[in-house]
Design a protein around this ligand. Structure first.
Ligand code: NAD
Length: 254
């Protein structure tokens, strides 16, 4: 039996990369998936089509998460989509995946660059979750996408790492607060994954070697490596797992 039959999921930043992988995987388990995207509507619609062709059900919702207005729009559209596609209201699974990378050292950091990474990687998940909670069903699941750089100090991505450190703490706080509603909250910490965020690194032969060498399996990760962890955390099998920061870096933290 599919493990997410009858469940409704929202995955932010699901038009490409890790979010896309998670959206496809949750849909395969039977969930209705709201595929959120920032700008590239075509890509999000392609994900929705792919889900439909595999017998699943999904919709695409565009919203800029860098403004509160954009976040409110996301949820107004989500409410409508859930009514239209499932006839019900409320949802079960939130995946806070959307984020930006930022390769900057401490010395290179500016007030503007710091503001940008904190806005998208910290402020957006905070206010997305604030809007999500009144709509989430008890027994639901929140999955935050953090990074292995919160375990492996990497000064070349100084402020990006700080932003993901905030996500780890956010995960612990939420897990404690939402226990009374039987909502589990966990974070996945991917290592280097083959997505557009790493296009620069993975197109360069030296970058490829370094990225593969970080993992004990001598390869970089693919979005499916993360999607499978997310599917477990979204499923009933993970009911006794909450407040966990789960490394999914192929041992890059070792
Ligand atoms: P990606 O660049 O391929 O995708 C990022 C997604 O976030 C896109 O869909 C984009 O539209 C969305 N997004 C960004 N800014 C937005 C905004 N202002 N409004 C709305 N949407 C916005 O990146 P990815 O590699 O798939 O990363 C997904 C998550 O995984 C991020 O949180 C990232 O920090 C984290 N992560 C990635 C890696 C990696 O190696 N790729 C490693 C660890 C953690």
């Amino acid at each position: 039996m599919r493990k997410l039959e009858g469940k409704v999921a929202l995955v932010t930043g699901a038009s490409r990369g890790i979010g896309r992988g998670i959206a496809l995987r949750l849909a395969r388990e039977g969930a209705f998936v709201a595929v959120h995207y920032g700008q590239r509507r075509n890509e999000a619609e392609a994900v929705v089509r792919q889900i439909g062709q595999s017998g699943g059900n999904a919709c695409a919702i565009g919203a800029d998460l860098s403004t509160l207005g954009g976040i409110e729009h996301l949820f107004t559209a989500l409410d409508e989509a859930i009514r239209e596609h499932t006839g019900g209201s409320g949802f079960d699974i939130l995946v806070n995946n959307a984020g930006i990378g930022q390769i900057l050292s401490l010395e290179e950091t500016t007030e503007a660059s710091f503001g940008e990474v904190m806005k998208i990687n910290v402020e957006a998940p905070l206010f997305v979750t604030q809007q999500a909670l009144p709509r989430m069903k008890d027994g639901g699941r929140i999955i935050n996408v953090s990074s292995f750089v919160t375990r492996v100090a990497s000064p070349s991505v100084f402020t990006y790492s700080m932003s993901k450190g905030a996500i780890d703490t956010f995960t612990l706080l939420l897990a404690k607060q939402l226990g009374s509603r039987k909502i589990t909250v966990n974070a996945i910490q991917p290592g280097i994954i083959n997505t557009e965020m790493n296009a620069g690194t993975l197109q360069d032969p030296n970058g490829q070697k370094n990225a593969a060498g970080l993992s004990v399996f001598n390869r970089w990760g693919e979005p499916d490596d993360i999607a499978d962890v997310a599917a477990f955390l979204a499923s009933p099998d993970s009911r006794w797992v909450t407040g966990q920061l789960i490394d999914a870096s192929g041992g890059s933290h070792l």
